[in-house]
Design a protein around this ligand. Structure first.
Ligand SMILES: [Zn+2]
Length: 79
């Protein structure tokens, strides 16, 4: 993990946002999320997609319905 602005590894943990670890760079002061992929959707949305998939909805159908890419949904189901 490094700062996207100055590439420093001098990072300070700065709490959580949407269950994603936030970091603050000690060098330039920039705040950023530990994972951009996970930051996009909440746990509620994720659980709802998994549940709908278990009810027989395909990941492609879920993609059309929610706008979330089917590979993202697939990775949640595989977890
Ligand atoms: Zn920095």
């Amino acid at each position: 993990m490094e700062c996207p602005t100055c590439h420093s590894r001098q990072l300070q943990r700065n709490g959580y946002r949407n269950q994603v670890q936030c970091y603050k760079c000690k060098c330039c002061g920039r705040q950023f999320l530990g994972s951009y992929k996970q930051a996009r959707y909440s746990e509620d949305v994720k659980q709802l997609c998994i549940r709908m998939h278990l009810q027989g909805m395909s990941t492609r159908a879920l993609e059309k319905l929610t706008g979330i890419h089917h590979t993202t949904i697939l990775s949640w189901i595989r977890e």
